[in-house]
Ligand binder design. Structure first.
Ligand SMILES: Cc1ncc(COP(=O)(O)O)c(C=O)c1O
Ligand SMILES: N[C@@H](CCOP(=O)(O)O)C(=O)O
Length: 516
């Protein structure tokens, strides 16, 4: 249930599709061994016609079996000491430590450190913009830091990542007096949210477990507020793996609901909220051989952390001052921390940015904990919010988020429904089409600018986590001014005009008066 009582107003009409034109393209090949590659557009590097790109990569890897690096990674309890004894292979199916705590994927940093930061920068840069399997993906272009040991043949990728980081010139100037504001568009992606980044990793590992190691996994399941389920369903469909999704009935957008349905997942609509769905999926996956795909599973964060590495890469390895991330189940804020910290630790950059986690005031357990000086964490029952994908009161990654904020001298901020919807509408006025969660992050930024915490020239990145097209009903409600107790200051409803020249001219003159 959304905090409004609007019927669907007739604001927008669909356009008929007129067919598409296919443009010829140039094949680009790119070497992918351990040396930074040289790209070429020449057709002489074409693979044999009967070979596909996955087979081509396998042939290449078999010719160079060492992978050139000798890297590995494994699970440890979250926060474990370097020399701790509890560890698990990534081929084990384990989501919790012996004491019931969270796990983390730990990389063999001493092996990674055999290569200088400049080596990793060049290697990652060399893979951008190519279609070589699997490095054409923004996630797998950093494979050595993600799942170093997985075979390219087991990877399930839709060439996710490499998302746009754009300079938000007008929003920065008009609303914030900032000249170095950027938006990382993680939602302009295969399924319309940042979840693709983690899901390619998780589903690839499941593919390896099922296909190569013959583990009896019947399917992959998640609880979801709409985006995790969409990503899971798409990647499972691509890999012919059954997906099972638990959704809180009537709490996700129609666009999000239809995604797993269209991708052939088993969709259970449950009469509870996200936290209730999460409890159920954990019980079910403990009893039944369904692999758990929520970010409780630390594999997901290995993919999500590549968005942070990408930001540094897009700034030519210069570190921004601030990165603002909307938070719900709180895996992503830690994934950003981890990506930035790995780049620092491995010498690609010399510091990490300060992180801001932005929460909806209706679903703000981390904010309350932060305000209480990190004492006495209390899960809450989250209230409905237009930022429906973060309506979460008992986040599984609370400890990870606290660690990320404290380690970066970070901040937690909140946004009311009016603040987040206004910020979303303001962003749209400057040419974006933001989702309400991005509205939460933008509203937090507005507050931190108003209070002077963030300066006018601070290089700041706002992470946009989903595509606005998934949340059109929220925008329709706003622009129809049909939301109870909300002024909708930036609403721009269509004007109904009689279809004659005089009426149209009168309306335009009134509307455009003073603009010439
Ligand atoms: C669109 C969107 N933004 C932000 C978030 C928050 O991410 P996290 O749960 O990792 O904190 C989610 C999911 O929770 C989401 O779907
Ligand atoms: N917003 C998420 C909530 C679940 O988060 P997860 O990262 O733990 O899967 C969703 O879209 O379901």
């Amino acid at each position: 249930m959304y905090p409004s009582s609007s019927p669907t107003p007739r604001l927008f009409k669909a356009n008929p599709i007129r067919g598409s034109s296919r443009k010829p393209f140039t094949r680009i090949s790119c070497s992918s061994d351990s040396s930074p590659a040289k790209a070429t557009t020449s057709s002489k590097n074409r693979r044999p016609a009967e070979e596909n790109i996955r087979e081509e990569a396998a042939r290449r890897d078999h010719a160079n079996p060492s992978n050139g690096h000798g890297l590995s990674a494994w699970y440890v309890p979250f926060g474990a000491q370097e020399d701790g004894e509890e560890r698990y292979s990534l081929d084990e199916i384990v989501y919790r430590s012996q004491s019931g705590g969270l796990l983390d994927v730990r990389h063999d940093l001493s092996a990674l450190k055999k290569f200088p930061g400049s080596y990793w920068r060049s290697l990652f840069d060399s893979r951008v913009g190519h279609t070589t399997w699997p490095y054409g993906s923004g996630v797998w272009s950093k494979k050595e830091w993600v799942l170093p040991e997985i075979d390219g043949e087991d990877i399930v990728s839709l060439f996710e990542g490499n998302s746009n980081l754009f300079w938000a010139e007008r929003f920065g100037k008009d609303y914030l007096g900032m000249n170095d504001l950027w938006v990382k568009h993680c939602g302009i992606s295969h399924t319309g949210s940042f979840k693709d980044l983690g899901m390619t990793v998780l589903v690839s590992q499941v593919n390896r477990l099922r296909r190569r190691l013959k583990r009896p996994i019947v399917g992959v399941g998640c609880a979801s507020t709409g985006d995790t389920s969409a990503a899971l369903s798409a990647y499972c469909a691509a890999a012919r793996i059954p997906a099972i999704v638990f959704l809180p009935a009537d709490r996700i957008s129609v666009a999000q609901l239809v995604q797993p349905i269209a991708n052939g997942a088993t969709v259970l609509s449950l009469d509870t909220d996200f936290d209730g769905c999460m409890r159920l999926i954990r019980e079910v996956t403990a009893e039944f051989p369904i692999y758990l795909a929520n970010s409780l599973n630390s594999l997901r964060l290995e993919g999500q952390k590549t968005a942070a590495i990408e930001i540094l890469q897009q700034f030519d390895w210069e570190v921004p001052d601030w990165v603002v991330v909307p938070g719900g189940n709180l895996g992503n804020i830690y994934a950003f921390y981890k990506g930035f910290e790995m780049c620092r630790d491995l010498g690609l950059v010399d510091r990490v940015p300060r992180l801001v986690c932005a929460q909806a005031a209706n679903a703000n357990p981390l904010y309350l904990y932060y305000k209480a000086g990190w004492t006495g964490f209390q899960p809450i029952t989250a209230s409905p919010t237009f930022a429906s994908a973060i309506q979460i009161g008992d986040p599984v990654s609370i400890d990870r988020a606290v660690f990320a904020i404290r380690s970066t001298d970070g901040i937690v901020e909140e946004a009311t429904e009016e603040e987040l919807m206004d910020a979303m509408a303001q962003a749209d006025r400057t040419g974006m089409f933001a989702c309400p969660h991005t509205g939460v992050a933008l509203a937090a930024l507005i507050k931190l600018r108003d209070s002077g915490v963030i300066g006018p020239h601070d290089r700041t990145v706002v992470v946009s986590t989903a595509h606005g097209l998934k949340f059109t009903q929220a925008k329709v409600d706003y622009h129809s001014k049909e939301i109870v107790d909300m002024t909708c200051r930036y609403a721009n409803p269509p004007v109904n005009v009689k279809a004659d020249f005089g009426s149209v001219m009168d309306t335009l003159k009134k509307k455009l008066a003073g603009m010439l």
